[in-house]
Design a protein around this ligand. Structure first.
Ligand code: BG6
Length: 488
């Protein structure tokens, strides 16, 4: 069956930076279903050719060496542009009459992609519904919705309700680009396609789990948006909680969208709700020095650009195993890593002078960059008595597999096109994730808030974060990944 992808917000940054490059690369790899067309819609008054040549320039820039003018020309023949304002129901109705003429045949499976300001989502969805564009005859109709999905549980619930007025849940693909990352999917493979990890993946062997998404970049040009959002909305409600769910979930019976999502949702349901003194004890909020001078940020902003949370998961597997989640802008380096810190051996035979309790085994899942895994374990230093040293087994995707890892959007666009929702968030999942974040956001506005700590650019967040872990007898794994050259 022919396919069409209709991108609303076609003149926006996401379209040129991520969506078109991903679709072009899928075309290059011959992964797109045969007879697929892309239709851009936005208010700008372009023609097909004008949009194509703008995209040729941006795609060449974002794709780099993988850009090939010949395959681009081939791909661009299936790219169209329709001017229209999704705020105007008449424009959407007109689009409904134009689309079949651009599509390669009927029935045609159609994917709508909302790549626009989130404030326009509700109107856009209602107008799609009113224009009959959500109806599934004669072809499948699906819709991809970008983050942020609401700004709290209440708004997420309302948006879900609006979505469900026009679309069935099975037609809806709420995107979290972290789920499209190869290394995040590899966590599922690591856990559920091997037999050696799962038996120790629980409270009997694991002391705690650390999930860090550190960014070296500051807020840049996004001050306006960021100051309204802050790190909890921007990173935790979606990416960090997704990483936590994938790390903590039980094995689904089959790898099917609803079965996978059922297991993820159970993790969120088991997260202990913080109350009273918990917020000051179990959360840290920080702001990098200089943030208040960023464009669009008020001089007295209280917005957190760094947060660390200690979450408890109340179920059989994880009782008593804290999950430490932290993320921040303007940190030491860019690294997304999950550290499974195992317990110390129950009885130590070789306690040398240098040994500390932080030397127990750990598995480091390096999500990005330097994608791979490291297993840390004690080794005897040769010719040095019974002296021990923590060494590691180091697996790098780059060394074992040829070619660069594809950008997350390739996988996600292809899955949405072909109707696999396993790597997309379901309505209950999004609402439950807000349910974890909302009480913290509220507490941070109240006397229960921990102080807003400031940190120098290029640090691992506020200094207190290190002391906080030490006080709990633990230590952050503050190690920047070492990138090895491609030739290795
Ligand atoms: C986005 C956030 O969702 O994720 C950004 O809005 C953040 O603030 C980005 O920089 C990080 O994504 P990645 O893939 O670069 O780790």
């Amino acid at each position: 069956m022919p396919h069409s992808i209709v991108i609303f917000g076609a003149s926006g940054d996401l379209t040129s930076r991520k969506l078109i490059p991903a679709l072009y690369l899928l075309h290059r790899k011959r992964r797109l279903p045969e007879e697929t067309v892309v239709v851009g819609v936005s208010r700008s008054d372009y023609g097909h050719e004008q949009w194509r040549s703008m995209l040729a320039e941006t795609t060449a820039r974002f794709v780099g060496e993988e850009f090939n003018p010949q395959t681009w020309t081939e791909f661009a023949q299936s790219v169209y542009y329709v001017p229209g304002d999704v705020n105007q129901v008449d424009d959407v109705r007109r689009l409904a009459t134009v689309l079949p003429d651009l599509e390669p045949g009927q029935p045609c499976a159609r994917l709508y992609y909302l790549s626009m300001a989130p404030s326009l989502y509700e109107t856009a969805i209602l107008h799609l519904g009113a224009a009959g564009l959500a109806e599934e005859s004669p072809g499948e109709r699906r819709i991809v919705i970008e983050k942020p999905f609401g700004v709290n549980r209440e708004t997420a619930r309302r948006l879900n309700e609006v979505v469900h007025r026009a679309f069935h849940e099975r037609q809806v693909y709420r995107i979290d680009h972290y789920l499209g990352k190869e290394t995040v999917q590899n966590i599922l493979v690591l856990r559920f396609a091997n037999s050696i990890f799962e038996p120790i993946w629980n409270r009997n062997y694991v002391d705690h789990v650390q999930i860090t998404v550190a960014e070296e970049v500051a807020v840049g040009k996004r001050g306006d948006y960021y100051d309204q959002s802050g790190v909890l909305r921007d990173m935790f409600q979606n990416h960090l909680l997704q990483l936590m769910m994938i790390t903590a979930m039980e094995a689904p019976v089959r790898f099917e969208a609803d079965l996978v999502r059922d297991e993820k949702v159970k993790v969120l349901r088991a997260v202990r709700t913080m109350r009273g003194a918990d917020f000051a004890r179990d959360t840290i909020r920080g702001q990098y020095l200089g943030y208040r001078n960023e464009k669009g940020v008020p001089a007295d902003s209280q917005t957190a650009t760094f947060a660390a949370l200690k979450l408890a998961i109340d179920n059989w597997r994880w009782q008593g195993v804290p999950f430490y989640l932290r993320s921040g802008k303007a940190m030491s380096c860019r690294t997304t890593q999950i550290v499974i810190q195992f317990r110390e051996p129950p009885h130590m035979l070789f306690s040398g002078p240098k040994r500390t309790r932080f030397d127990a085994n750990r598995l480091v899942i390096q999500v990005q960059p330097a994608e791979g895994l490291q297993l840390h374990f004690q080794t005897k230093v040769p010719d040095a008595g019974m002296q021990l040293r923590l060494t590691d087994l180091d697996f790098r995707f780059q060394e074992k597999f040829a070619g660069a890892l594809p950008d997350a959007y390739q996988r996600l666009l292809l899955d949405a096109l072909t109707g696999d929702a396993s790597l997309f968030a379901r309505s209950d999942e999004v609402e439950l994730a807000w349910g974890v974040i909302d009480p913290i956001l509220a507490a941070w506005q109240s006397p229960a808030a921990p102080p807003l700590e400031h940190y120098e650019i290029g640090q691992w967040g506020p200094e207190s974060s290190t002391g906080w872990m030490r006080d709990q007898g633990r230590e952050w794994f503050d190690v920047c990944p070492v990138l090895k050259s491609q030739s290795l």
